[in-house]
Design a protein around this ligand. Structure first.
Ligand code: ZN
Length: 409
């Protein structure tokens, strides 16, 4: 044994169960037992919650930390894409690397061990964002696995030259193709093209979908049909789905069952939806956060993620997924302990399933990825915004926080 993480609590039945020891050998989990007798360097988790790391399923590190470059916009017509497009020339390779690196470091410091990075390409940014994220993924492999989802932020069928850059990214190894159909005049044509590329390059699909002030014209039905037509069940994710928050629960349940049957997952992005929705209202502003718990109850796999950090789509952010889940739980008014605890799954097990990370989880044989959180249970972690105290990647500690302590006189 190379390392033994002692006295850790597993998420299932955490508070009432005895703690366990997690033994790691050659970078992989070799044993999870009540008490490991082997002698090896030890880390004492002191009864804190352990998981295999938080999974950021949807984040734009390439355009994080640019809020100070963007000018003001009128409230009613506020658009993050309109704000970013004119400053893309300032986003050089070095600049993008430096900003994205800071965001990646913050994610690692908040317990994230796996990430899907939404990375945009178009003739204005060229391959600079992709190059930066690809290099960062290599440079930080010691702490985090970064998967690139390449996508057209400013339109695909409307923006000549973008398709070629998507193809180049896929040829260079992007594992996922994404989309943002509302930025094309013919959004359906963009979605069709994304699915074609998904089939041609055999990659997963992850599309920004159904954000807007009314529930009319939802693209999700087309996505579901194409998922079935192209037999991509389990490999398609839709992000945001703010329009679901505008529908009565019975109608959401109907769509949820269809998505569950088709194998389409949903990522809810509370911070961005709260910031951007309801811009046509100056009071009684709609929130636009889809109820992921309701979707899960009807069989959909869901995750909660950060999306944007310090940019015009979300001018806030510390890359804490636990804080994001707490924000979400407040907004959708969760009150049952099991509902709140379920949010922890939407940062861990469910998120890993959404990204098809088959080697994720605290199981013998999996990578020695372990994150220790300053809580005794998933419920406490989400309710109290508990801080991750230590992360291990492939059995090596990658970060630490000191647990706070009162210094009584
Ligand atoms: Zn996004």
């Amino acid at each position: 044994m190379d390392l033994i993480i002692r006295n850790a609590r597993l998420p299932a039945g955490a508070k009432d169960q005895p703690t366990v020891d997690i033994g790691i050998k050659a970078g992989r989990i070799a044993a999870i037992e009540r008490s490991i007798s082997a002698q090896a360097p030890a880390f004492d988790a002191k009864g804190c919650l352990a998981c295999a790391g938080l999974v950021e399923t949807h984040i734009h590190i390439d355009k994080s930390r640019i809020i100070d470059r963007c000018g003001p916009q009128p409230r009613k017509t506020y658009s993050p894409v309109t704000a970013v497009a004119p400053i893309k020339h300032t986003m050089t390779l070095e600049d993008t690397y430096r900003r994205a690196e800071k965001t990646l470091q913050q994610s690692i410091l908040h317990g994230t061990t796996r990430m899907r990075a939404q990375t945009e390409v178009d003739p204005a940014i060229g391959m600079r964002g992709f190059d930066a994220v690809e290099q960062l993924a290599k440079d930080y492999k010691w702490a985090i696995d970064v998967q690139i989802c390449v996508f057209p932020q400013e339109g695909l069928t409307n923006y000549p030259g973008t398709d070629e850059l998507l193809v180049e990214s896929l040829k260079r190894g992007a594992k996922v193709i994404g989309g943002a159909p509302r930025y094309d005049t013919d959004g359906a044509a963009q979605i069709e093209r994304i699915f074609e590329l998904g089939r041609e390059y055999d990659c997963d699909i992850d599309i920004h979908l159904d954000v807007g002030p009314t529930p009319e014209g939802m693209y999700v039905h087309q996505v579901r049909e194409l998922t079935e037509k192209y037999k991509r069940g389990g490999r398609v994710v839709v992000g945001h789905m703010a329009k679901l928050s505008l529908l009565p629960p019975a109608e959401v349940a109907k769509i949820a069952k269809q998505l569950a049957d088709a194998g389409v997952g949903v990522t809810v992005l509370p911070a961005t939806d709260l910031f951007l929705m309801g811009r046509d209202q100056d009071h009684n502003v709609r929130r636009g956060v889809a109820d992921a718990n309701l979707l899960c109850e009807h069989g959909v796999n869901c995750s909660l993620s950060s999306n944007n950090i310090l940019n015009p789509a979300t001018p806030f952010g510390d890359c804490s997924l636990i804080r994001m889940a707490n924000l979400y739980a407040n907004v959708v008014q969760l009150d049952r302990p099991e509902q709140i605890a379920a949010c922890f799954d939407m940062l861990t097990e469910r998120s890993a399933k959404l990204l098809n990370l088959n080697d994720y989880g605290l199981k013998v044989g999996n990578p020695g990825d372990v994150v220790i959180i300053n809580a005794e249970s998933p419920l406490q972690a989400i309710s109290e915004v508990a801080q991750p105290l230590a992360s291990f990647k492939n059995g090596r500690q990658t970060m630490r926080w000191a647990a706070p302590a009162l210094l009584r006189p």
